[in-house]
Design a protein around this ligand. Structure first.
Ligand SMILES: Cc1ncc(COP(=O)(O)O)c(C=O)c1O
Length: 445
């Protein structure tokens, strides 16, 4: 107990924490983890309903990854990025193999925001155009360019941001007035028309790329239809605009396909940015996979970027083991089925608790939106403000019940590791059920 208190206090005294008023940071001291669980130093067990931060796709402590890191460590822990290793080469092969279309070469980074910084940089260098377009409901990272690309409110702390990002009307079917009296597909087509208008106003000849989450994640799992992506792809091709799929959160099996963009066969993807699930978060790693034209472009030209940790051998070895295990153990293949179970169980919760206004997602990436009233869709906790009394109670109840997830405003995320079993999903649903019962009285008929 004393050691735990010391760890927490020392962390508070000498560390700065992310997205946090520091005074409010009371971190749990996590001692060990296995599969879909982790334990704090007091022995309390938590069901990891968020795959830690949407990244531990394969679950904790997977033996193949542990062995791969240990073996690589015995050989060489770090090499100059101008050199290469067998692990880096194999990772390149695997990424080319699992990527859609003619995506064939990867620029490695240390994480997701840095992947997006470089995706935007390469798109601008390749096209000779300046602007990048993104949607309002998005998160792309916290460094200057990626924060500007982010459409969500985290961008607002970094204003005015870089001058070359333009935000687009958002296909937010649950809230946008565009969808009133229209089906989602009809509304999506109106949004696509508005996007085309914005492209004309901004000058199509100035626009290098559209950057869009492969499957919306921490931005609220607000995902348009296949019809939307088919139309958006047509627009990109009409104006020669590159399409970058940000798969940092949705990659590596999260939604039942290797990448979220693969749900949309008509969508032509020119680049994929990734991180998180590439090695299930065991070590820092990210990157950008580019298509053949972009790869060829830099064959005789300088590629204007570099990172000390590019090709970090331990990170690459962990990624190779992770992707091979996801493939060979059939883990990605079982996600859709597990997702159906998760969705059905969330629907049962919605049948019992009217505070659940909406359930959105695919595979093992779900979000439930909590409302004070289903007809008005009034949020049970206000957007971009401190949690309401109801949401504070809910968050405490799930954590006390032994479930770790992200509760952001009135969104609750349901994203366990892809190795979760149906019984473990049922266990999470029970904890959520009890927590929802505590906040049922906040619903207003
Ligand atoms: C879609 C998306 N892009 C980019 C990022 C940023 O990645 P990182 O935190 O590794 O910089 C995130 C992180 O959550 C993300 O969800």
């Amino acid at each position: 107990m004393e050691a735990m208190a010391h760890t927490t206090q020392s962390s508070r005294d000498h560390m700065l924490a992310s997205w946090q008023v520091q005074r409010d940071w009371h971190p749990k001291d996590i001692e060990r983890a296995d599969g879909v669980y982790f334990w704090d130093a007091s022995g309390q067990r938590y069901l990891d309903w968020l795959s830690s931060l949407f990244n531990v796709n394969i679950g904790h402590n997977h033996p193949r990854i542990l062995t791969a890191i240990a073996e690589q460590l015995k050989q060489v822990a770090y090499v100059h990025p101008g050199f290469t290793t067998a692990a880096r080469a194999r990772l390149g092969e695997l990424l080319a193999e699992i990527s859609p279309g003619d995506l064939c070469k990867t620029f490695l980074t240390s994480g997701g925001g840095e992947a997006n910084e470089n995706a935007m940089k390469l798109a601008r260098a390749f096209s000779g155009r300046q602007k990048i377009m993104t949607r309002y409901r998005s998160y792309h990272g916290s460094s200057a360019g990626a924060a500007s690309a982010t459409g969500g409110p985290r961008r607002l702390d970094d204003e005015p941001g870089v001058p070359w990002v333009v935000h687009l009307p958002d296909p937010d079917a649950y809230h946008s007035p565009v969808y009133r009296g229209r089906t989602q597909e009809e509304g999506d087509l109106v949004i696509a028309d508005l996007i085309e208008d914005t492209i004309r106003y901004e000058g199509a000849e100035n626009i290098a790329a559209i950057l869009w989450e492969g499957y919306s994640g921490a931005s609220g799992v607000i995902q348009p239809t296949r019809t939307f992506f088919a139309r958006l792809s047509e627009i990109c091709q009409k104006y020669g605009i590159l399409y970058i799929s940000d798969e940092v959160l949705s990659g590596f099996g999260r939604t039942g396909t290797w990448f979220g963009c693969e749900h949309y066969p008509e969508l032509k993807v020119d680049m994929i940015s990734f991180a998180k699930g590439v090695n299930s978060g065991y070590l820092p790693l990210g990157g950008v996979i580019v298509n053949r034209d972009i790869a060829d472009h830099f064959e005789n030209r300088l590629l204007p970027s570099g990172i000390t940790n590019q090709g970090q051998p331990l990170s690459c070895a962990a990624a190779v083991a992770n992707i091979e295990a996801l493939q060979e153990e059939g883990i990605v293949a079982r996600v859709s089925h597990l997702g159906e179970h998760l969705h059905a169980r969330l629907q049962e919760l919605a049948d019992r608790h009217p505070v659940i206004g909406d359930i959105r997602g695919a595979g093992l990436l779900y979000c439930t939106e909590l409302v004070a009233n289903r007809a008005t869709r009034a949020p049970l906790s206000p957007w971009n403000q401190s949690p309401s009394e109801a949401l504070a109670r809910f968050s405490k109840a799930i954590l006390d019940g032994g479930l770790h997830t992200m509760v952001r405003w009135n969104w609750v995320f349901h994203c366990p590791p892809l190795t979760v079993t149906e019984a473990e999903i049922d266990e999470g649903i029970e904890i959520l059920d009890a927590a929802l019962s505590e906040i049922d009285p906040y619903y207003q008929d």
